[in-house]
Write a protein that binds this ligand. Structure first.
Ligand SMILES: Nc1ncnc2c1ncn2[C@@H]1O[C@H](COP(=O)(O)OP(=O)(O)OP(=O)(O)O)[C@@H](O)[C@H]1O
Length: 818
């Protein structure tokens, strides 16, 4: 579905940070505390990638690892653990942890003799452990052969004495200068150790990042070398590089790490925990404290799903509607208030608060997860799979504190919702709907071309240029008058156009629209005519998706309209089979396989805190690349946000949070003026200077298509200003009322412009190309800096340069992708 520039063409911005349950609350609860080393009771299960072929001993749940790590507890049996720990720099709590013997080893310690008697045969790996144990213990009695099958009692006794502290204590007693042969041999052992994928996996499990592991394993080699007693050297000679030796070395490596790399481990632990986006439903304790009930209204368009859900919401004591578009939120706001149920309107750029209200209607990103309500509606639930905005649906699905939640949408997300609900211990009731009126494909196509359109027809095209051209052609060739609707128009203008089209006395009876009609408008359409089933997206021609085709075509023959059935067809008859095919796809066959997800601000902030000196683009990129998510989810696309973050790097004095908010502003990044305006506002903000709107509506309504585009951009810039004004201190965004007035005037002028727009044509020609030329269309949408007079600072070279660089980058990328 084409995103709607004047609705929520992107995230409506960060959710109200700090005002709601934070994703990391649960993590914090699990991680806070003085312990600086992973503790068996607090560590998450880590599923580090299996990098090697040697097995994955330490990738078992870390609870096991953490207790294994406490092997040095054996020191306690020697009565010197506290001294050793005190000198090691390990925190008191860590010491306590280290002194807790793991069950297996503890019993081995207590009764090694008995154990050895009972267990005459030791597995090769265990045997190898004993070899290294004897080595580091400074004896060579374990040296029973190169196969490391040293399972005799003596070895086990020595093994019981092994401790990291002992090795450490050997300092100064060793031979620093090993003979070349011994040195090479130790190097070989360590090479095998540090190159082992399995060992690197185990190191990750104790929060040793790859970089730290690389450095630390080298230092560990030096550490062992300087502790080399003659006995150690002798035993060492009998070890061979390999998995078993690696495992034994790792048992020593762990306490070494906790002693010498504690800070690095602790820091990486924070990074890992903040990047952990698994089980996101735990981010919302308020909702988790409730037993919510989902009712999924699944069906095609025009089947009464939303009607049913609204009935339930309006009958409740308190209610909340969340939907994808400002237009939809506005419709519900009007409808609910008209029924005497007081309802607020909250979108990214406006707040209409009705005194005594019990209900709210808002765009999905703006949902307040702190306010419990009886009944909530999440509209267009299948958008949970939206590449860019899916996270907002996941968030409300998991976090809305509502007793009863109605989900409206097609059936494609049923399985996903059921899975998410079951993870939360909640149930879903499915209600299936059928269209009120039949929808048929008109196989004849549009015989006679655009001249043959009839009252009630809606031609769907996927570019602004095509829409104006078709309008010009129809008005030139027929007596019909044409309304137009596309995403660049403000929602108010779209509603006005819809009313004109629906009103049988207005004189307007044809509609030309983009896919923006797919949602939110009740229209009196008899027949949907696709100009094409292809459109340009990100520089490439792509087929319009099945779901979008169904949604758009489904607008024809709506209940309560003048038509008892709907028709759908294509101008290009060759595309009719594709249309038929798309409409025949069963609802259940369309799958929304994954739910979008993004971190919330606090998570990013904590992550950034561990990467001092890293700029926001790097933080966002790294988070996106390394975040850990369950297979049910996908990380939403952030390229646009990162692009803006890169541009904002040129502006000094903004905090990370400020930058992030500016990056999330819902602007069309293809529009250089919008980008320049954003940068201008960010620069002013960084200087803590008041940010006056600095724009006025033009005195006259536009009379040309280019003039319309200018005014649309102006509307978007004022909307951007308002959006920012709701996120930054009011004192820096003075006179919001004035901005609303400017917006209102612009909307009036757009309405008038659309009424009066005269597109020059070549008489009653039906040659679209000729008409398009005469209509003044250029090969590109007008986006140059001359379109509207922006404040001086906006047009400053620096800002425009930056914006143009962005545009150049984008076009280079798009050329590369071709
Ligand atoms: N029980 C009803 N009584 C009267 N009108 C109804 C009833 N159910 C639905 N309608 C009307 O039918 C039309 C379509 O209903 P609705 O918008 O709920 O469908 P929908 O399945 O949600 O479609 P979409 O997804 O396109 O919005 C609306 O104009 C609605 O007011």
């Amino acid at each position: 579905m084409e995103l709607d520039a004047n609705d929520a063409s992107g995230p409506e911005g960060p959710p109200p940070y700090g005002s709601q349950a934070h994703p990391s609350d649960d993590l914090r609860a699990r991680y806070e505390g003085p312990a600086q080393v992973p503790s068996s009771s607090t560590l998450p299960r880590m599923s580090v990638p299996d990098l090697g072929h040697e097995g994955n001993r330490w990738t078992r749940p870390v609870t096991t690892l953490a207790s294994s790590v406490h092997a040095p507890a054996l020191v306690t049996s020697r009565g010197n653990s506290s001294n050793a720990a005190n000198t090691s720099g390990v925190s008191p709590r860590s010491k306590r942890k280290l002194s807790q013997p793991r069950p297996g080893l503890a019993s081995q310690t207590a009764s090694s003799d008995a154990a050895s008697r009972k267990k005459p045969k030791t597995a090769p790996q265990d045997a190898s452990k004993h070899v290294i144990a004897s080595i580091v213990a400074g004896t060579n009695s374990a040296a029973g052969g190169t196969d490391a099958a040293a399972d005799d009692t003596a070895v086990q006794e020595l093994a019981a004495k092994i401790s990291f502290e002992q090795i450490k204590a050997a300092e100064g007693k060793g031979y620093r200068h090993l003979g070349p042969q011994d040195a090479v041999h130790l190097q070989n052992l360590m090479k095998s150790f540090s190159n082992s994928g399995a060992i690197r996996n185990q190191a990750l499990a104790i929060y040793a990042s790859n970089e730290v592991f690389k450095e630390a394993s080298f230092q560990f080699y030096k550490f062992l070398r300087t502790k080399m007693t003659p006995e150690l050297r002798g035993a060492l000679a009998q070890l061979r590089p390999g998995a078993a030796t690696n495992d034994q070395l790792f048992d020593l490596f762990v306490p070494y790490m906790f002693t010498y790399y504690n800070d690095e481990l602790a820091s990486y632990k924070v990074i890992v925990s903040t990047m952990d986006l698994r089980r996101p439903h735990l981010w919302y304790p308020r909702a988790r404290a409730m037993k919510r009930r989902f009712i999924y209204h699944a069906g095609p368009t025009n089947s009464g799903k939303t009607y049913e859900a609204l009935q339930a919401m309006n009958a409740a004591e308190s209610g909340l509607y969340v939907g994808p578009l400002r237009l939809l939120a506005m419709e519900v706001f009007d409808e609910t208030n008209s029924q005497g149920v007081y309802c607020d309107l909250i979108t990214g750029q406006e707040r209409k608060l009705v005194p005594g209200s019990s209900h709210s209607s808002c765009t999905v990103e703006m949902a307040n997860l702190n306010k419990p309500v009886d009944v909530a509606i999440i509209d267009e639930i299948q958008m949970i799979g939206d590449e860019f905005r899916g996270w907002a649906w996941t968030r409300v699905l998991q976090g809305l504190p509502a007793q009863e939640i109605h989900l409206c949408g097609d059936a494609s997300a049923i399985k996903l919702v059921e899975q998410l609900a079951s993870e939360m211990g909640e149930t879903v009731e499915i209600k299936r709907y059928e269209r009120f009126t039949p929808l048929h494909v008109d196989h004849k196509g549009l015989i006679g071309g655009l001249q043959a359109v009839k009252a009630g027809d809606c031609i769907v095209a996927f570019s602004r240029r095509a829409i104006y051209t078709i309008k010009a052609v129809i008005e030139a060739c027929t007596d019909h008058k044409v309304c137009i609707i596309y995403g660049g128009l403000p929602p108010e203008t779209r509603r006005t156009q819809a009313r004109l089209f629906n009103d049988p006395d207005s004189g307007y009876n044809i509609l030309v629209a983009s896919d923006a009609i797919g949602m939110g408008l009740n229209l009196n359409i008899r027949r949907i005519i696709f100009q094409t089933l292809h459109k340009f997206a990100r520089g490439t021609e792509v087929s319009v998706g099945t779901s979008a085709i169904k949604q758009i075509a489904g607008r024809a023959g709506r209940r309560n309209s003048a038509y008892s059935q709907g028709l759908a067809t294509c101008i290009n008859r060759k595309e009719i089979p594709s249309l038929q095919e798309a409409l025949e796809v069963a609802q259940d066959a369309m799958k929304t396989p994954h739910a979008g997800i993004l971190p919330e601000w606090d998570q990013l902030e904590r992550f950034a805190g561990q990467l001092p000196g890293q700029a926001l683009p790097a933080v966002l990129t790294r988070f996106g690349a390394e975040a850990r998510i369950d297979g049910t989810f996908f990380f939403c696309q952030q390229d646009g946000v990162i692009e803006l973050a890169q541009l904002l790097e040129r502006i000094e004095g903004l905090s990370l949070n400020d930058r992030y908010i500016f990056c999330l502003a819902p602007i069309s990044r293809r529009n250089i003026q919008m980008v320049a305006a954003l940068l201008h506002y960010a620069k002013r903000y960084s200087e803590q200077r008041a940010i006056a709107l600095g724009l006025e509506a033009p005195a006259e309504a536009p009379t040309t298509v280019g003039g319309m585009a200018q005014l649309e951009t102006l509307h978007q810039i004022v909307s951007l200003w308002l959006w920012l004004s709701f996120r930054f201190p009011e004192a820096l965004f003075p006179d919001r009322e004035h901005a609303f007035e400017v917006l209102e005037t612009i909307v009036e002028q757009l309405d008038e412009g659309l009424r009066e727009l005269s597109i020059p044509t070549a008489g009653r020609s039906n040659n679209p190309d000729a008409i398009a030329r005469l209509s003044g269309f250029k090969s590109k949408e007008p986006t140059t800096r001359s379109i509207i007079e922006l404040p001086d600072a906006v047009a400053s070279n620096f800002l425009l340069e930056a914006a143009e660089r962005l545009a150049a980058q984008r076009s280079q990328r798009s050329m590369r992708s071709h």
